[in-house]
Design a protein around this ligand. Structure first.
Ligand SMILES: Nc1ncnc2c1ncn2[C@@H]1O[C@H](COP(=O)(O)OP(=O)(O)OP(=O)(O)O)[C@@H](O)[C@H]1O
Ligand SMILES: [Mg+2]
Length: 265
């Protein structure tokens, strides 16, 4: 089964996808309010993020760009609840995660977020299906249901015929597809990707971006850190960081003309 044939989210696509009708307001699902993150290095303090505010609406596709050291990974780690801001608020699905403890953060990561990494981060001893099941295992989903869901998402990313392979028996593009299925299997609010095509050759990278395009069209929310200007053409919004601040937010190639202007405080 190809992505385009999967029906589970397509009913939402009109209201939640990038093709939302002119002027329609989709709900805000993620909001950074004046987020700061500093690191103390001996006597000096590094301001990795220095007052960042923006809102992401359901179904958005954002690319986060900026030079090396501008704060992209720091921001993605905060958005992904792997870290807490030093100051400011971060609202995810309405909860201020800046106030939560480590256990709560881990729970939120498992329930609301899907991660895709540059280096795939698959467990080499596990099969494709078992890798996709990992987030469900942490949520205590019964084994039978987990297996069914993993199978469905393996098919969604075009790996229905490879479910019993282990990662090293797959190509790089196939490994990233497993990682994407794993990111989707818990039906997250947001998919966070850190250079998801960085380790792939350009043809395979385009294939993975095509898959992300299809997921976006089905209404999924995607935030991707990238150095690749081509990705900006596929996103609706491009957030450019400079020295820990938002340099600018500009419409990307998939920007639905005139839908709205993002919040900038
Ligand atoms: N754990 C840390 N301790 C101290 N300083 C840090 C730490 N992590 C990041 N920094 C500093 O914060 C700033 C932003 O780093 P960050 O990793 O977010 O940049 P980046 O935009 O992801 O860069 P790259 O494109 O090279 O991955 C840099 O000046 C970096 O040196
Ligand atoms: Mg980085």
């Amino acid at each position: 089964m190809a992505v385009s044939e999967l029906g589970d989210r397509t009913d939402n696509a009109a209201s939640a996808g990038g093709s939302a009708p002119h002027g329609e307001e989709r709900p805000v699902i993620l909001e950074a309010r004046d987020i700061r993150r500093s690191y103390r290095m001996g006597d000096t303090v590094v301001h990795a993020l220095d007052g960042v505010s923006f809102q992401v609406r359901q179904g958005d596709y954002w690319a986060i760009m900026g030079q090396s050291g501008s704060g992209k990974s720091t921001l993605l780690n905060l958005l992904g609840c792997l870290d807490r801001p030093t100051e400011g608020a971060y609202l995810l699905g309405g909860d201020d995660v800046a106030q939560l403890d480590d256990d709560d953060l881990a729970e939120i990561r498992g329930q609301r977020l899907g991660f895709i990494f540059q280096s795939f981060n698959l467990i080499l001893q596990l099969t494709v299906l078992e890798n996709i099941e990992v987030p469900l295992f942490y949520q205590g989903i019964p084994a039978r249901e987990a297996r069914e869901r993993a199978q469905r998402y393996a098919e969604l990313v075009g790996l229905g015929g490879r479910t019993h392979h282990r990662p090293l028996e797959l190509s790089g593009g196939q490994q990233q597809r497993v990682a994407i299925a794993r990111a989707l299997v818990n039906e997250p609010l947001v998919i966070l990707a850190d250079e998801a095509t960085g380790n792939l050759d350009s043809a395979t990278g385009r294939e993975i971006l095509g898959l992300l395009d299809q997921l976006h069209l089905q209404g999924r929310t995607i935030i991707m850190v990238t150095h690749d200007p081509n990705i900006a053409n596929r996103a609706e919004w491009v957030l450019r960081l400079k020295d820990g601040k938002i340099d600018r937010i500009e419409p990307g190639g998939k920007h639905p003309e005139g839908v709205r202007t993002p919040e900038r405080h």
